[in-house]
Write a protein that binds this ligand. Structure first.
Ligand SMILES: *Cc1c(COP(=O)(O)O)cnc(C)c1O
Length: 375
């Protein structure tokens, strides 16, 4: 069996270990400590805008806390981009609220501003104004920030920016992770940088960051005994995990560079294959190219290629199956234009890790080319 080529695997630099060693040496083996504070500072410095960062157990917990901070509760509705990973939508249901799914546009594959406004108007007409909009920069490609924000502010609805896949991406010169009322980062094992598991909530004020940390550490009121006046969560990041994060921050830009160069290599290698189409960056958009994605001419070609890669022990994956098609979310309202369904049928994510070797990339190219020679 040939060695496995992964879609996106963890990529340690070696710079992580001294921070972990420090945590052991100083006995900060707890969900707080110098690495947690240091990682938050590093992230704040990286995204530059005047934002505050709370390090948490996962991107999912960051999304959940953002909904709680926006007072989303039972009976409320929250709009969510349909084409995304389920973690974008799950926390809406944790709160007992109703997700309302909105389809994508073709230029970025992300939430369609036109469908968004149609959905908002219709929900208001039906008697419930949505409390928040969850927009996602899929695969590192920024969504149409100005257009989405314009609709959101027209109806005075908060935006939660799911930036889990887009640390190191830019829109009009500004970092993704700075465009929402709340923004969410993820450091899961397959993301652009990883802490094994982890996430962060980005807020506009220090007060909201502190409120998030209060909720993430069991909502303990100020008293000598344990006193609780609201429901808390155990969502804070461990000081060990944060040490990995500090080390990973030293290689974030080089990871982005490598992922972008993987993408360029695929574009160059398949430029004479009319059946393979790429998503280009619109002007003033810079994607970290977290995953290199292609569109094929039909679902059959896509599945054939996926199986051909699997035969060679190369992992690839269809684009996210939209939430409105998921058995668990089917019963919720959705506003559709066919784009995300079409992308799901024809799209495939290729191996994209920042640790891919030239030989591994060549193996992918050869397998794809062989498939098209024989199909
Ligand atoms: C990974 C991911 C999340 C969840 O992050 P975790 O850290 O795995 O909880 C949320 N949204 C999107 C779009 C993701 O890709």
């Amino acid at each position: 069996m040939k060695s496995k080529i992964w879609l996106s695997s963890p990529h340690m630099s070696g710079n992580e270990l001294p921070y972990i060693q420090d945590a052991f040496d100083s006995n900060w083996v707890a969900p707080l400590g110098p690495n947690v504070n240091g990682f938050e500072k590093d992230l704040q410095a990286y995204i530059k805008e005047d934002r505050h960062v709370a390090a948490l157990a996962s991107g999912t917990s960051a999304l959940h806390l953002s909904l709680i901070l926006l007072d989303v509760k039972q009976g409320d509705e929250v709009i969510c981009q349909s084409k995304t990973f389920s973690a974008s939508a799950n926390p809406i249901v944790y709160q007992g609220a109703t997700p309302v799914f909105v389809d994508s546009e073709r230029d970025t594959w992300n939430i369609c501003p036109i469908q968004l406004e149609i959905a908002i108007k219709d929900r208001i007409e039906k008697g419930t104004k949505p409390k928040a909009i969850i927009a996602v920069h899929l695969y590192g490609m920024p969504y149409k920030v100005d257009e989405v924000n314009a609709v959101a502010s027209k109806y005075n609805i908060a935006v939660i920016e799911d930036s889990a896949e887009s640390l190191g991406s830019y829109y009009k010169g500004k970092n993704c992770g700075t465009f929402g009322d709340f923004s969410v980062l993820s450091f899961n094992g397959n993301k652009i940088i990883t802490t094994s598991g982890g996430g962060a909530l980005v807020t506009k004020t220090i007060e909201l960051k502190e409120k998030a940390i209060f909720l993430a550490t069991q909502a303990r009121d100020n008293a000598p005994h344990y006193l609780h006046s609201q429901i808390g969560y155990n969502y804070r990041m461990s000081n060990i995990v944060a040490g990995i994060g500090r080390g990973q921050m030293t290689v974030l830009d080089s990871h982005v560079e490598k992922r972008r160069s993987n993408y360029k290599f695929y574009v160059e290698s398949f430029k004479n294959n009319a059946k393979i189409v790429f998503l280009k960056e619109p002007e003033n958009y810079i994607s970290n190219r977290w995953l290199s994605c292609i569109l094929l001419d039909t679902k059959e070609t896509r599945e054939g290629l996926r199986l051909a890669l699997e035969q060679e022990n190369i992992e690839s994956r269809p684009l996210w199956k939209p939430m409105h098609q998921q058995p668990v979310f089917k019963k919720y309202p959705s506003y559709l234009n066919g784009v995300s369904d079409d992308l799901f049928e024809k799209g495939l994510c290729l191996p994209s890790g920042s640790n891919l070797t030239d030989q591994e990339l060549e193996r992918v190219i050869t397998t794809v080319n062989n498939y098209f020679r024989t199909c």
